[in-house]
Design a protein around this ligand. Structure first.
Ligand SMILES: Nc1nc2c(ncn2[C@@H]2O[C@H](COP(=O)(O)OP(=O)(O)O[C@H]3O[C@H](CO)[C@@H](O)[C@H](O)[C@@H]3O)[C@@H](O)[C@H]2O)c(=O)[nH]1
Ligand SMILES: [Mg+2]
Length: 273
């Protein structure tokens, strides 16, 4: 087998029943005659948090059938974002894609998303906010509202149209540039967009329609939403702390000038004596 140049990272928690359709559909798309990326150069890497639901056995069965897929089982850590970071650290390929296991991100887009990455295009973002695409009509209203609100709050941080998306790709060299990544919560794309300093010109966007979960349940909880607000506060500080320093310097300068203006007449008066 050739060394993989492309790695598809799949964070997974209790997704055993989704893994087979996910992996077989990804490779079916890659084996199509018009795929811009050859299937032999792609690996799928599942990062599972000790689900103990048959995921390991399912991956082993897929391997026996010839699919280039492996699974990392974490036993001491939990969480979507940190699982994705671990996947990126372990990926064999220089072109890395992140996607959910539950088929809400269409596997048929994988070849196009992987092919979009290059030394010039460091980040590719699957976006649900573009003409011609939409959320699945069955995606609950409250989730749409949360998603739009979260997106609004992130507007000052990035010009990307859908930083809440979990369907995105990044080149290894850009990932390695990102320092002090916050592995808590769900929003690792936003974290990387900000901390890998991806210039607008190196960002490509691919519109896709967001489906509904195939099997199992969403892991988005109130706790995850709080983590998002904490992450936002940290990112605002990361991005805009220089403004605070600048404002402090300006206030100090104004203060010094005011003091001088107040003291100047007294000095003048003294000089007459
Ligand atoms: N390893 C690991 N994986 C996890 C964990 N929590 C969730 N995942 C995996 O992360 C993926 C997304 O989790 P869901 O529970 O399906 O999330 P969602 O609510 O549908 O949220 C999706 O939509 C958001 C946009 O609105 C995305 O931001 C998010 O990444 C995700 O794609 C799934 O493959 C799920 O198994 C965890 O603690 N550990
Ligand atoms: Mg989901």
């Amino acid at each position: 087998m050739s060394t993989p140049q492309y790695s598809v990272i799949v964070p997974a928690y209790k997704e055993a029943r989704n893994l087979r359709p996910l992996v077989t559909r990804i490779f079916a798309a890659l084996r199509r005659i018009d795929s811009p990326v050859p299937a032999e150069l792609v690996e799928v890497l599942v990062v599972d948090d000790n689900s103990r639901d048959g995921s390991v056995e399912e991956v082993a069965a897929l391997q026996r059938e010839g699919y280039t897929v492996r699974i990392i089982v974490r036993t001491t850590e939990r969480g979507l974002s940190s699982a994705v970071v671990r996947g990126f650290q372990e990926a064999a390929g220089d072109n890395m894609l992140c996607m959910d296991a539950d088929l809400q991100h269409p596997p048929e887009y994988v070849p196009q998303m992987l092919a979009a990455l290059s030394p010039h295009t460091l980040f590719v973002l699957g976006t649900r906010y573009a003409p011609g695409v939409e959320m699945d009509k069955d995606w609950p209203l409250y989730r749409r509202v949360i998603s739009s609100g979260a997106r609004l709050l992130a507007l000052p941080l990035t010009s990307a149209s859908d930083p809440m998306s979990g369907f995105f790709g990044i080149r290894k060299e850009a990932f390695l540039k990102a320092r002090a990544l916050n592995g808590a919560g769900f929003k690792i794309a936003l974290e990387l967009l900000v901390k890998a300093h991806v210039p607008r010109g190196a960002l490509a966007e691919v519109p896709f329609s967001f489906g509904v979960r195939a099997e199992g349940e969403s892991k988005l909880t109130g706790k995850v939403m709080i983590k998002y607000l904490e992450q936002l506060a940290e990112l605002y500080w990361y991005q805009f702390s220089w403004l605070v320093v600048l404002a402090a310097v300006l206030v100090f300068l104004v203060f010094v000038l005011l003091l001088r203006a107040l003291w100047a007449p007294v000095d003048g008066a003294q000089s007459k004596w």
